[in-house]
Design a protein around this ligand. Structure first.
Ligand SMILES: [Zn+2]
Ligand SMILES: [Zn+2]
Length: 282
């Protein structure tokens, strides 16, 4: 078997290539990065030397599997056209930066409908995605993240993704599954039976081949709470058995698995904990 793609969302302070070097130090074989500030609309265009430093970083660390996470402000389902347009432009720029940096996936939250209701929100979201698919550069995919369902967030149900994909059966739309969000949204991964049921449902409504990125996080909040609070692996409400099932699921062994647990200083321990589960039968 090839080396598993495992890592974490690494800080990019001082230059995005630093995410690669600090990832390498804790034995990441894949990393997630912000290519711009996640809490601001404004961004500066990439400088050629940034692209060069990032390419060099990939060569020197051997980390070729890189995923970006788009800004949190982006709401592709926003009922306010000005905000939706701003979100659209920001995410399109993210996709361009990814293409330039050789980053294959740009993870994005599916937005909130606010006062519009889920059906209306999904319609707006589908319009945004449809336009993005027309305008986006080659070499990068849209990774739609499974959400916890806080507030009026969309896509905490597999049905929402199946609505999107029925309208837009495009290969460039992938799914980023977040274990904390799935659990908070009511998908129980804790026993072999419930775990199997979740993936049967996912496969029926979305198709397992769409699942191309994993965010591996435990959850501070209980099943179905619809509250998004990450916890370190095995220390939350999900518990270690679910992660054992996940790490030994051959359907996901080629999918990059990235931590977003609360404390960066504990990423290495979390990674080691996940790795120790591989090959373990109960
Ligand atoms: Zn996210
Ligand atoms: Zn989260």
């Amino acid at each position: 078997m090839n080396e598993r793609l495992m890592g974490a969302h690494m800080p990019a302070a001082g230059g995005i290539q630093n995410a690669l070097y600090s990832g390498k130090k804790i034995h990441c074989t894949s990393v997630q990065v912000f290519t711009a500030s996640p809490r601001q609309w404004k961004y500066n265009p990439l400088k050629p030397e940034t692209v060069e430093a990032f390419e060099k970083g990939k060569q020197e660390t051997g980390i070729q599997s890189v995923v970006s996470h788009a800004a949190y402000l982006i709401n592709l389902a926003a009922p306010d056209e000005k905000i939706r347009r701003q979100s659209y432009d920001a995410y399109l720029q993210e996709l361009h930066r990814c293409a330039e940096l050789g980053i294959g996936y740009a993870v994005v939250h599916m937005g909130s409908h606010l006062d519009k209701g889920e059906e209306g929100g999904l319609k707006t979201l589908i319009q945004s995605l449809s336009d993005l698919l027309q305008e986006m550069p080659e070499g990068v995919k849209i990774a739609m993240e499974t959400m916890a369902g806080q507030g009026s967030a969309l896509c905490y149900k597999f049905e929402h993704f199946s609505t999107v994909l029925e309208s837009l059966p495009d290969e460039r739309l992938a799914i980023c599954a977040d274990s904390c969000h799935l659990f908070a949204a009511g998908y129980d991964l804790r026993t072999p039976e419930t775990y199997a049921k979740v993936w049967d449902e996912f496969d029926r409504l979305i198709g397992l081949n769409r699942l191309q990125v994993w965010h591996v996080n435990d959850s501070k909040k209980p099943l179905g709470s619809r509250v998004d609070r990450h916890e370190h692996i095995g220390e939350g409400e999900i518990g270690i058995e679910a992660f054992r099932l996940l790490m030994n699921d051959p359907r996901f062994e080629h999918v990059p698995m990235l931590l977003e647990t609360p404390d960066v200083d504990r990423f290495e321990d979390d990674l080691n904990r996940l790795k120790s589960l591989i090959g373990k039968n109960e």
